[in-house]
Design a protein around this ligand. Sequence first.
Ligand SMILES: [Zn+2]
Length: 297
Amino acid sequence: MLTCPSEPAALPCPCCLTEQRQGLDGWHHICPNCAYESAQFSNAINLAHASLSESRRADGLRALRESNFRELLRLLNPHLTDRHQRLLEVGCGHGWFLQLAAQRFAVVGIEPDEQIFQLARAKGLPVVAGYFPAALRPEERFDVMVFNDVLEHIPDPQATLLACHAALSPGGLLVLNLPTSKGLFYVLAKVGRRLGLDAAFERLWQKGFPSPHLHYFDRSNLARLLQGCGFLVCANGSLPSIRLQGLYNRIAYASPGKPVQHGLLWLALLLCYPLVKWLPSDAMLVLAVRQDAPPKA
Ligand SMILES: [Zn+2]
């Protein structure tokens, strides 16, 4: 069979190993069996801050993230026992979740972005610079591991979940907070892309961002991936994907200097907001417990 040499080869689906097919763009692929989606983007973390305003990004996200983190801790709480003491957050950013979680756990964070790591350390938070799992000592073990909007940025999610299985203690809990392909905005963005409107689809994948999204899962294919890596899903939740407080800064930070377009988008979201709350959220929360049996993968 002849193939075009300029077209990047699609990797097998990490959830079910089926060969992925071309999606809605040259960089986008979809698994025909389980609907997992992937993007072939490169990562330029640590080269980011010349073009993006980190303080504006932080302002835009903080209110949404902090209320989501409280919801995450509420979902986690019924599954905790006295032995769940040490918590690791992978990609802890500014440390907002660590600050909340420190009221219950002995916390540690890992952060690969040097500038943000320095900001978190300056606040006195127990943060390690680098990538998971390389930034940990091989003998370190945790009882709870949390990924807040991180797994979708990591090139090999299967290897990462296997490393989580190795770094968690028996009965350890894994919390994944990430975008879902079944969310309202993502479904609408795909409809837009089919109609020739690229902007929302590319924005949700964070195309051109320093650390773009590389995966879109749904609950079903993510549960399958988790099972193959030695985890059993024990609770599911959803989080609001937009919040009015900080919304303008969140819209504006990636492309400064377009106040009219940003204002119109902000107004459209403001008008839709009462309806959006009742439709499928773009942010899913999955809690999985580590199984004692070794992973199949
Ligand atoms: Zn698949």
